[in-house]
Design a protein around this ligand. Structure first.
Ligand code: IPD
Length: 269
């Protein structure tokens, strides 16, 4: 078994276990908000922390020398060349309101490049996995299927998903950009979880995704899944996606969305 396959096995089993715990242990009257981060709307619940703790324990027990970057606990250097990039609940606000689109996202990087990614979406009964060079898969109760992204969709016929940050200034600029995008596309979706949006894109349930200001833990596993389904995941003018703009789509659609966004959303923050 290759290193990437081994890492995927651990990522998928851990994401599944954390997802099950998050469903089983979610308090009936909703989780408590225990902290706010970049703004009062940027919340952390006790369940985000519990899930990240479980994931850290499982990964540390199996691979004690690996590095780690988690949304809730930050970074820890390792000595093996492998780093885990984890969002214990991507879509925390959906989880808070008991909306189904939230996910556990776990990626493994080797020398800085994501080589394996697993995303568990428990309330949809879906898991997504990818190994670099090995394609992207969707797993459900009815079986496993290989994913192929929609390609060459003209923007006017493209269903485009996006997301918003939590700080007021960034949100105001994102609303301005949205005003420029909306008249040019079939429609917009704001699902509330970056990695669920990326899985939906890889599965052909949307044609493109963009967002300014996503973090490594939001996009590490989902970005690999989109690429392995045949898509492109980049920032403006070939930059790495991340703190600036992230654009994800199939060939043809990617270039058209990039051309629309570049003048609307030059790097401004
Ligand atoms: C958020 C979600 C959301 C995106 C935000 C992210 P969180 O992650 O992915 O869709 O628009 O930018 O911060 O806070 O729920 O882990």
């Amino acid at each position: 078994m290759s290193l990437a396959d081994e890492l995927l096995e651990l990522a998928a089993a851990t994401a599944r276990e954390a997802g099950r715990m998050l469903v089983d242990k979610r308090p009936a009257d909703g989780p408590d908000v225990v902290q706010t981060k970049s703004s009062p709307t940027d919340v952390v619940t006790q369940m985000d922390r519990a899930a990240e703790q479980l994931i850290i324990e499982r990964i540390r027990a199996a691979r004690p020398d690996d590095g780690f970057l988690g949304e809730e606990s930050g970074g820890r250097a390792g000595s093996s060349g492998v780093r885990w990039v984890v969002d214990p609940i991507d879509g925390t606000v959906n989880y808070l309101y008991d909306l189904p689109d939230w996910a556990v996202s776990i990626a493994a990087e080797v020398d800085g490049e994501a080589v394996a990614g697993a995303i568990e979406i428990p309330r949809r009964g879906e898991s997504y996995t990818a190994v670099r060079g090995g394609g992207a898969l969707q797993h459900t109760a009815s079986g496993t299927r290989r994913l192929r992204i929609n390609a060459h969709v003209p923007l006017g016929k493209a269903l485009v998903s996006t997301g918003f940050g939590y700080e007021a200034g960034r949100r105001a600029r994102q609303a301005e950009v949205l005003t420029g995008v909306l008249p040019n596309v079939r429609d917009i979706r704001r699902g509330g979880s970056c990695c669920v949006d990326l899985c939906s894109l890889a599965a052909g349930r949307a044609d493109a995704y963009y967002e300014r200001g996503v973090h490594a833990w939001d996009i590490a596993a989902g970005g690999l899944i989109v690429q392995e389904a045949g898509g492109r995941v980049e920032g403006l003018h070939g930059a790495a996606p991340g703190p600036e703009l992230a654009i994800a789509a199939g060939p043809g659609t990617f270039e058209a969305l990039h051309a629309l966004l570049a003048p609307l959303d030059p790097a401004r923050d």
